[in-house]
Design a protein around this ligand. Sequence first.
Ligand code: MG
Length: 379
Amino acid sequence: MKIVAISETTLDMAEATRNAAVGFGGMTASVAAVAVETAAGRRIRGYAIDSPGRYASGAILRERLAPRVLAADPAAYLDASGTLLDPWKIRALAMRDEKPGGHGERAAAMGLLDGAIWDLIGKLQDKPLWAVLRGPNPGVPQVPVYATCGFYRGEDDLAKLRDELVRVVDLGFDTVKIKGGGIDLDADRRRIDTALECLGGKAKLALDCNATMALDEARAFLEAIADLPIAWVEEPVDPLDYDAHRALAAAFAVPLGTGENLFSAADARNLLRHGGLRHDRDLLQFDIGLGYGLVEYLRILAEAEEAGWARERFVPHVGYRFALQVAAGLGLGRHEVGPFQRIAYRPAMSGACAVPGDAPGIGWEADPVFADLFMTLDR
Ligand code: MG
């Protein structure tokens, strides 16, 4: 078997919404495909897509990572049986001559390659990725989900917020996250009160502040909502400011979520060493695809478990079906779904859980929205 093609295209993800940090008017994302030709002459493709929010990273994949893999002898990336891809070897090959540290967009480009490889690993065994990760006798996994919505919208913001919250409850979600920290504190508190009133106890509410507040602003925000039943507050401060995380965790009972903007095992290690996060409540939200892929995520998970963290505390940022397969396969705590975002993603649900299904690999092709997207790479 040989890897014969690695392709990438940049998607327009523009929409007229904001979080506290950025507007999405010029947003892009990468989709990628990796094609293998088997010994029997069969051509099979694996696919990957970026989580939204950090722009496409195709140039790094096309100019640096892909050529190293395509030039290699297949023995350098096949497993011991010679019939399956070895994602650890592919990671090492693609990252040859890349210096440690400074992870940034290279981590997303590597994550695309890694994601497409894991899709192929499932397809080559005719198994869903969750079953590959869970091993024998896997049972039928279901993953608790939450809906991300309630982005800031300039016009009719509150009416649109109410409309989305009614719809997510109708779709079966029992936990919902909206944006916070992006407007004047009094106006934000009114918006949060409106959301709680609208949910009427039918779903829990979490708040995502997208890492824009200084420590004193974060303290004021958390004090302003301290009397409310908030499931968690996400990224109240800069993702790399571990002291600030420790100060907030020491002062406020509300669970904190963070990690979606840390893209390496080294950064995750520093967060867990120095961020003061609490094993009994806080959420670790490392993005699998944006952070070098599943090979790196497994390293992070192993180190965190060693440090006393349960898998239930892991709630990966977006990731679509890739993150769902990984959460189902590894028994992670929850899966993030953006039902109204530019790529409307709604996995099959059973109650308030997502069901990854039996399609081989990541199963992108089982969803018409993603099947259409990846078709563009095959033309
Ligand atoms: Mg977030």
